[in-house]
Each structure stands twice: as C-alpha cells, then as structure tokens.
Design a protein around this ligand. Structure first.
Ligand code: 13P
Length: 250
C-alpha cells in the first residue's frame, strides 16, 4: 500500500498573527491545491484562528504543537483536544524533543495525549528521537524502541495505523546537521519494525513516519526517496513560504 507523503511545518515559538497570516496565505498560493502530498501547518495556539481562516477552502491542514489530555477542568494554562478541533485543527504534534527536554514530557504523558487526541478525532504526530550522546554511546536502538513502545502502549491498532510518527534525531534539530539518508532510513525501518512487533504488519505498513531535523529544499528529495520515510517535519525552513514550498514540491 502506497503511503501518501505528509509534510508538516512546525513553526515552534515564532510568528505573530500578522506574520502567520502572511506565511499561510503565501503557502495557499503555492501549494493550496496540492493533493499528492498532505501539507500541515502547526502555528502557535494564538495564531490557530488566523491560520484556519487563511487556509479555509484549500487542501492545507492545520495542527497544534501540543495539547493536554484532559477535556476540561482546573488545569490552568492547558488546551484540550476538543478546543483544537474547535479551532480548526486536524493534527497535533506531541512529544517533541523540545517538550521532552524543557517541559518534562515523558512517554507516559505522550501516550495519554495520543489517547485524548484519538477520542477527539485528531491525528497525533508523535515525535521520537535520540540525543547525540545516546547515539555515540551505542544506545540509539534502545532509546528509539523504548520511546515508540512507551508512546504507543495500549493504543488501538486501527488508530495507530492512521497516526503519524516523526523521527527527529535531537542532534539534527536546528543544527544544520541532517541525518544522512542512510542513518534516517535505518531508524525509520526500526520504528516500523517496532510498530509491527506491537500491532502487526498491516498497521506498520499503514503508519506514516516523518523525518525531522534540518530538512531543507536541497536534502528533502533524497530523504523522501527512502522506502520508510513518508514525509518531513520541518522547523526553520517552514518559516519561509519559498523554502517550505520547495520542500513540499520535493
Ligand atoms: P529544524 O528543521 O529547524 O531542524 O527543526 C526540526 C524540528 O524540530 C521540527 O519539529
């Protein structure tokens, strides 16, 4: 079964509303009707409404960068999955390494968030990735399988099949150091095998696995050509319409 590529822009902590609107409108002009690649924009919470209006009626979808797993209540500062649906989201990134590193995200909290997103009808983009130290100490495989197993534990196979996993080696994020296509493919194959061990081959063949970490117009095509790379999660290069467009048109 051919998996449709999915390319998402993680805008991180960037863009005031006017900038978000200009960027989204620029992308509507260049890739708003593109149907052979799923395009997802992930602005900050405060720009969701602005971006939703800008992409309305186009093929471009929107995602959030995080959520909480409770639907309502005394959880000051948090955002519920149903609120993301209300704002126009179809996707939500969870477990980004920056959230693991700075905000205490764990495989357990990511697992709870995935379940809450499924319940609200949203698709999670579940991030995993090893640090440079973990790779250099020979622990990449253990770290990745532990993250995948922890994040996906107990989830329904049919939901996992529709989900997106993003492999983002921490050492390649924002550093200009991309994993080579061979390094990325090796880990993507490992992630797919781990999903197969947990949920069976059909689920593993269906789940889409994005690569993230210094994806640029000049390396997108060779990464996307790898058999287990089904898309990209793009940071810096997603903040300019021309470079993100070039990646989408890999
Ligand atoms: P860069 O593309 O800036 O390396 O960021 C990658 C990333 O973290 C996307 O989620």
């Amino acid at each position: 079964m051919a998996r449709k590529p999915i390319i998402a822009g993680n805008w991180k902590l960037n863009c005031l509303k006017a900038e978000a609107e200009a960027l989204a409108k620029g992308l509507v002009e260049t890739v708003g009707t593109k149907s052979d690649v799923d395009v997802v924009l992930c602005p900050t919470f405060t720009s969701l409404d602005t971006v939703a209006k800008a992409i309305c009626g186009t093929k471009i979808a929107m995602g959030a960068q995080d959520c909480y797993w409770q639907e309502k209540g005394a959880f000051t500062g948090e955002i519920a999955p149903s609120m993301l649906v209300d704002a126009g989201c179809k996707f939500c990134i969870i477990g980004h390494s920056e959230r693991r590193q700075y905000f205490g995200e764990t495989n357990e909290t990511i697992n709870k968030k995935a379940q809450a997103l499924y319940a609200a009808g949203l698709t999670p983009i579940i991030c995993v990735g090893e640090t440079l130290q973990e790779r250099e100490e020979g622990n990449m495989e253990k770290v990745i399988t532990t993250q995948v197993r922890g994040c996906l534990a107990g989830l329904e196979a049919a939901k996992v099949a529709e989900s997106v996993i993003a492999y983002e080696p921490v050492w390649a994020i924002g550093t200009g150091k991309t994993a080579t296509k061979e390094q990325a493919q090796e880990v993507h194959a490992l992630i797919r095998k781990t999903v197969a061990d947990m949920f069976g081959d059909a689920t593993a063949q269906a789940v889409r696995i994005q690569y993230g970490g210094s994806v640029k117009p000049d390396n997108a095509a060779e990464l996307m050509a790898q058999p287990d790379i089904d898309g990209a999660l793009v940071g810096g290069a997603a903040l300019k319409a021309d470079s993100f467009t070039a990646i989408i048109n890999f």
